[in-house]
Design a protein around this ligand. Structure first.
Ligand code: SAH
Length: 239
């Protein structure tokens, strides 16, 4: 937790907030903070800044909050992921959030097991919790939007072309003839397949919708690795 994310319900006055539970415990056990220390904070979907710990008890931490800086720029990226297996989904959700993805779509594919859609990690509170962890890690405040599409064909035929609009669109696919572009730094739609990959029919449908197949070299990467590799190739996040 490099930044404590504050929710409207945490505020007891315009510049005062109370932390309880995990975030209070983190202050004590990981940051080893005491009353009088300052920590980095951000208000969900709002500004970031600092907070002085004015009181720290076993139950709560009272913070005097100053929110005076903007969160980092969002990635100009729509990320479309074939629904990963539950454990992977949780990690990818945190990682994508930490990387600055704000528009995330989970879609079905032939090699997505039906049971993946039943995972408790897809429940609203679990999704929010993992997004919070990603935002706190990266020091950001803006919650990503998550969209679920459990039918591949209607999504790709009816929705994807409009979603792409006049943006660049790519599908990461091992063995594609073109290498993934670098330093694109432009609004982009990126599709990433399931653990078993997209089948040729799916790649053809994605191409029809306007996505160009691109590869990342000979090595086949796990989805959780492919996401940061692709994002850092396409966007110069460390400028
Ligand atoms: N056996 C599968 C591998 C899937 S890896 C196959 O051959 O297609 C899971 C997903 O990560 C892929 O669908 C792709 O979107 C992405 N990926 C992993 N390694 C990649 C690479 N070298 N080039 C392009 N995409 C890759």
């Amino acid at each position: 937790m490099n930044l404590a994310l504050l929710f409207n319900t945490d505020f007891i006055a315009p510049d005062r907030a109370l932390l309880t539970g995990r975030r209070r415990a983190h202050l004590e056990t990981v940051l080893r903070a005491t009353a009088g220390d300052s920590i980095a904070v951000g208000r969900v979907d709002g500004n970031m800044g600092t907070a002085e710990i004015v009181r720290l008890t076993e139950d709560e931490a009272e913070l005097a909050v100053t929110l005076d800086s903007r969160p980092p720029d969002a990635l100009p990226l729509t990320l479309i992921l074939a629904m990963p297996r539950p454990k992977m989904f949780r990690r990818v959700l945190q990682t994508a959030t930490a990387l600055g993805v704000k528009d995330l779509w989970l879609v079905n594919a032939w090699k997505v097991e039906k049971s993946f859609w039943q995972t408790p990690w897809l429940q609203d509170d679990a999704v929010t919790e993992n997004m919070i962890l990603g935002l706190e890690q990266a020091m950001d405040t803006v919650m990503p939007q998550l969209h679920l599409r459990q039918r591949f064909k209607p999504f790709v035929e009816d929705e994807l072309p409009g979603l792409i609009g006049d943006r660049k669109a790519l599908v990461a696919h091992p063995g594609a003839s073109a290498p993934c572009p670098t330093h694109l730094n432009a609004p982009t739609v990126l599709c990433i397949g399931p653990e078993g990959g997209f089948i040729p029919y799916e790649v053809a449908k994605l191409e029809e919708a306007g996505c160009q197949p691109v590869h990342l070299g000979q090595r086949i990467l796990r989805v959780e690795t492919a996401v940061p590799v692709l994002v850092s190739r396409l966007f110069d996040g460390c400028r």
